[in-house]
Design a protein around this ligand. Sequence first.
Ligand code: AP5
Length: 214
Amino acid sequence: MKLIMLGPPGVGKGTQAQKMSEKFGTKHISTGDILRNAIENSTELGIMANNYVSKGELVPDALMLDLIEATLFGEDSPSSFILDGFPRTIPQAKALDKLFNKNNTKLNAVLLLDADFDLIAKRLSARRVCKNCQAVYNLLTNPPKVEGKCDKCGGELYQRDDDKLDTIKRRLDVYKTQTEPLIGYYKESGLLKKVDSSGSPEEVFNRILNILGG
Ligand code: AP5
């Protein structure tokens, strides 16, 4: 299975990709997680990306393309994967198509998760993430059993810098101008499947399973 998760910030791409990865053993590749990890470890990539990520802007395409080529087709390339957060611009999508052609790889589907702004803002401001294993929680809908601690590994939970209201608004603007055009791009290729992302994570997951099975 080779999938792309598309949709605005906070719509639940990571949550659903994680569920699919647990059910099918598919590799979950989140470019946001890779960048945050690089920033935390002050790698060369992290130092270059930090200024963009903290402001809710997109990291330049050239950097992202090197990263994605190495992740998908470098050493230990996964046989099945879910791309969460990539592509995010038309040039990224075109470059990804070229990479797939070069490596005789085909996408199965592009899942477009959809929800309204109020729901997204509520979800993002209550999100907490594990510093250690990147598991995602929500103080309103999916709180950890022990406050501030990850259920899975006991790691410390934190709020992402870009989950403050001003940066959330900027990220949504960036999504509208730079990422939304991908909807038309993938509609044309016949790969796009729309998923209503309101309701509980389990309800959304069942919709995805129905779409992929049908
Ligand atoms: P990234 O980490 O990809 O952020 P994003 O796309 O903005 O997506 P999010 O991680 O915020 O949300 P999500 O849809 O995964 O929602 P989640 O499942 O966590 O990117 C961050 C930054 O990195 C970008 O701004 C950019 O700077 C840079 N970047 C990354 N990729 C790039 C690229 N390709 N090119 C250039 N720059 C790039 O859910 C959100 C919350 O809601 C959680 O608390 C969750 O528990 C809760 N929740 C989820 N689903 C439900 C549900 N059904 N019911 C109730 N609560 C729910």
